[in-house]
Design a protein around this ligand. Structure first.
Ligand code: ADP
Ligand code: MG
Length: 322
């Protein structure tokens, strides 16, 4: 199974940020309220994700690493319906095929299990005392696939991708307390108190978060709400815009344009707000089968949605009495 796992891994696990995404999504699926992430050399040397979620029962631990055995979802539309983020039971198997993985877990906060897998081969499985939740350590990513290791960018670029994905996941889950740190410093800490503005403060700083205005608009088909920065507090880069559709981070050019349109003439050309846009809609109105990563989606009432967003932003900024 090692070879097929290595091939499958190519689709999901491209870089350290993909590992971080899959491990954090598993922690979210496990109902964790605290998720701590630590990376060394942007995750190339090691990634550690610790959660206080429901854990894995001893007899399920080896199963969790077998490809396609523990799917939580059946159709891609479910991705927007069901609250689990799982990727068809592939992630752990794929990661374990291309790294040295140690997973320690307890589902009762006392009895735990620790499994070590390297290059798809199980090396040990032991019982031990462990606290509630799961800790996964992924070391020496791509140690057995040199081509993929070579394809990685600089440590800085890879670290920025890790930060970016953690930011989006933390914004999508303000009810979860996140920390992210490297060997050198703490990069992020969110309170987990459920308030989006608190999550924004933990990621972009308290001052930036306090200067944002809230917006909210409802129509028959959509609920649109979030926070956006004042026209004079914008950034030179669109990566500070997070679009979350039913809690899932997406990219969509039209919606970014609709967000900018909400600023009218107040926005300088080439400037972008710091913004989090939550969109809630019936999953039937989204097609997630546009792109394998599900990052790009198509809306069946896109112009209506765009108008709703533009109106929401316009109203939010208007009420801020700039
Ligand atoms: P998927 O998320 O699509 O089910 P994964 O390979 O990511 O596939 O995970 C396999 C299984 O391992 C999950 O279905 C879940 O049962 C279990 N699992 C993985 N990570 C965790 C975690 N942090 N806490 C609890 N269970 C986990
Ligand atoms: Mg998963």
């Amino acid at each position: 199974p090692t070879l097929s796992n290595q091939i499958a891994a190519g689709e999901v696990i491209e870089r350290p940020a993909s590992v971080v995404k899959e491990l954090v999504e598993n922690a979210i699926d496990a109902q964790a309220s605290q998720i701590d992430i630590q990376v060394q050399e942007a995750g190339i040397k090691s990634i550690r994700v610790r959660d206080n979620g429901q854990g894995i029962a001893a007899e399920q631990v080896t199963l969790a690493f077998q490809a396609h055995t523990t799917s939580k979802i059946t159709t891609s539309q479910d991705l927007f319906q069901v609250r689990t983020l799982g990727f068809r039971g592939e992630a752990l198997a794929s990661i374990a095929a291309v790294a040295q993985v140690t997973l320690t877990t307890s589902s009762d906060g006392a009895h735990g299990t620790q499994i070590k897998i390297a290059g798809g081969q199980q090396e040990s499985l032991v019982d031990l005392a462990a606290s509630q939740g799961t800790t996964v350590v992924v070391a020496d990513l791509f140690y057995n696939t040199p081509a993929r290791l070579k394809y990685l960018k600089t440590v800085n670029t890879e670290l920025n991708r890790v930060i970016d994905i953690v930011n989006r996941l933390a914004l999508a889950h303000p009810q979860i307390a996140f920390t992210l740190r490297t060997e050198k410093k703490d990069l992020l800490k969110t309170s987990g108190n459920g308030q989006l503005q608190q999550a924004l403060a933990g990621i972009y700083g308290r001052k930036a978060a306090q200067q944002m205005v809230s917006f909210k608009q409802e129509s028959a088909d959509f609920q649109v709400w979030g926070y956006t920065s004042l026209p004079q507090e914008t950034r030179a880069n669109r990566k500070y815009i997070s679009l979350l559709v039913n809690g899932r981070y997406i990219v969509n050019y039209q919606l970014v344009q609709a967000l900018l349109a909400g600023y009218g003439t107040k926005l300088m050309v080439g400037r972008f707000p710091l913004a989090v846009v939550n969109i809630k809609l019936d999953p039937i109105l989204v097609d997630v089968n546009v792109h394998p990563t599900k990052r790009e989606v198509r809306f069946s009432k896109e112009s209506l949605l765009a108008e709703t967003l533009t109106a929401a932003i316009g109203q939010g900024l208007g009420q801020s009495n700039l």
